[in-house]
Design a protein around this ligand. Structure first.
Ligand SMILES: [Zn+2]
Length: 73
């Protein structure tokens, strides 16, 4: 009946983003899901950028106690 694509706002910028384009990122630490965000392609690229620079350039966790990863659907 309806052939309109499912559209929901990006959680970062609020712009309407179709499901086909949206990316859902899940940040999990120690296998606990701590953050899930539905992002448009632009915000997704931003998010990944920020995450990677935080992970590589930020403070070093000497004991390596936290095991964090991102999952992208
Ligand atoms: Zn966005």
């Amino acid at each position: 009946m309806s052939d309109a694509p499912t559209t929901n706002p990006c959680e970062a910028c609020g712009e309407a983003t179709t499901d086909a384009l949206a990316r859902t990122v899940r940040l999990s630490v120690d296998r606990a899901n701590i953050d899930t965000q539905r992002l448009c392609p632009e915000c997704f690229a931003d998010w990944i950028d920020r995450y990677q620079s935080e992970m590589s350039g930020g403070s070093e966790d000497a004991d390596g106690g936290s095991d964090s990863e991102i999952i992208v659907d």
